[in-house]
Design a protein around this ligand. Structure first.
Ligand SMILES: [Fe+2]
Length: 158
């Protein structure tokens, strides 16, 4: 697969919300790492797949909550797309476990499609919705701040 601009950040992906864009930039960085692994021929996609699982689980959780807090009208379809993505990444994990030789190509193709069809359209539309509603934008930003604080540690005495 040829190097593609979809593995690099593009202003068309921007929702004009800094905290939102920084998360999507991170996904594009992971894609770039996957492309490098693909080009190296090592086939060691597991660390990148694990990053996708851990990072996106948190990101989707936050984004889904933000859409609910903001009363975003199109949230059902948007949340369904997040769920479909999580399921698909699980499929890719299984493909890694069974050493599917097409994994790298399939993974990159799917992620590039996600960027152009979800981030550049669905996420941008949610950003536009929030940017038109200052009060909701503040509430969503406060949620982001709260969710991204270091977790509390509970110490249990034995
Ligand atoms: Fe989204």
């Amino acid at each position: 697969m040829e190097k593609t601009s979809l593995s690099q950040w593009n202003p068309d992906y921007s929702s004009n919300l800094d905290f939102f864009d920084s998360q999507n930039r991170r996904l594009v960085t992971i894609m770039s790492q996957i492309q490098s692994i693909y080009e190296s021929g090592s086939g060691n996609f597991l660390p990148a797949i694990k990053q996708l699982i851990h990072f996106l689980t948190q990101k989707f959780h936050e984004e889904n909550l933000a859409m609910m807090i903001a009363g975003y009208p199109d949230r059902s379809k948007h949340i369904e797309e997040h769920l479909a993505f999580v399921t698909k990444i699980d499929d890719f994990l299984m493909d890694f476990i069974i050493s599917d030789p097409d994994l790298g190509h399939s993974l990159l193709t799917y992620l590039q499609q996600w960027v152009s069809e979800h981030i550049a359209i669905q996420d941008v539309q949610f950003g536009q919705y929030l940017n038109n509603r200052t009060d909701l934008k503040k509430r969503v930003f406060d949620l982001h701040q709260e969710l991204n604080k270091p977790p509390l540690l509970y110490v249990v005495n034995a």
